[in-house]
Design a protein around this ligand. Structure first.
Ligand SMILES: [Fe+2]
Length: 257
């Protein structure tokens, strides 16, 4: 049995000023929430901890290279880097393997400065984890293109990757979901879902981005999961107990449950 603990969409701000726009995103409470989460992780003893993006809440203009408030944009990027460092120090203090991918509210160069390039395959806890750093299109629909699409194809078809996999990415493949007027699944989601099922290699596709969360297990048993956003009360997270021969037990938890 392999136990994974998954949280997503933390939208942390500590060194960066202010908070995420929507008031239910409790950006400034996240450092304290992480301390509480560490205690739960120690109790639950997962084999790996997974975080699927929007680690921070970096303002959209900063990600586009502009300052939102008249201070130099470089100051914002320095503060984002310090916030990523805070989170990295927390992960390193867990004493548990962890995997983290950036989301659309993370500043990718600052993320890379602190965490390195976490994209690609990595073997942890008996699974080959593939981390995809995808993008939103101009219509704000997720897309997987270029080297990321090639990595996906290789994961599913290359002989050297023929082993049990977990896929990590900020965006969801299944089910098709419209929220706040936007499609949250990939443009090519139906084909991606089919290719995953046909490969027989992927046990779970773990995502974030859709703050209410989602969970489906298709007829072939592939788990498509994103827990509700950790930044919002009651600060949810999800645990997957993956049985060695297939099958899984999935349980929802929260700091304030
Ligand atoms: Fe988010």
């Amino acid at each position: 049995m392999t136990r994974l603990l998954h949280f997503t969409d933390m939208h942390l701000r500590h060194h960066q000023p202010g908070s995420a726009g929507p008031p239910e995103r409790l950006s400034r409470e996240m450092p304290a929430a992480l301390e509480r989460l560490a205690a739960r992780i120690a109790e639950l003893a997962p084999d790996a901890v997974v975080m699927t993006g929007d680690v921070l809440d970096v303002p959209d203009p900063v990600i586009a290279g502009e300052s939102p408030d008249g201070r130099p944009v470089e100051t914002w990027v320095d503060e984002a880097r310090a916030d990523f460092r805070l989170v990295r120090d927390w992960f390193d203090g867990l004493g548990v393997d962890y995997l983290v991918v950036p989301g659309n509210h993370d500043h990718e160069p600052a993320f890379t400065d602190v965490f390195g390039d976490t994209s690609g395959p990595r073997d942890v806890a008996g699974f080959r984890f593939f981390s995809f750093w995808d993008q939103l299109s101009a219509a704000r629909q997720p897309v997987r293109t270029g080297a990321r699409a090639e990595l996906f194809e290789a994961a599913l078809t290359a002989p050297e990757h023929d082993r049990p996999q977990v896929h990590l990415q900020h965006y969801m493949i299944d089910p098709p979901t419209v929220s706040r007027g936007f499609n949250y699944e990939y443009e090519d989601a139906a084909r991606m879902k089919r290719a995953i099922e046909e490969s027989g290699r992927v046990r779970a596709v773990l995502s974030g981005h859709l703050h209410p969360g989602s969970l489906v297990t298709g007829e072939t048993g592939v788990i498509h999961s994103l827990p509700p956003a950790f930044c919002e009360a009651p600060h949810p997270f999800r645990v997957y107990d993956l049985a060695d021969g297939g099958g899984a037990e999935i349980t929802d938890h929260a700091l304030d449950a």
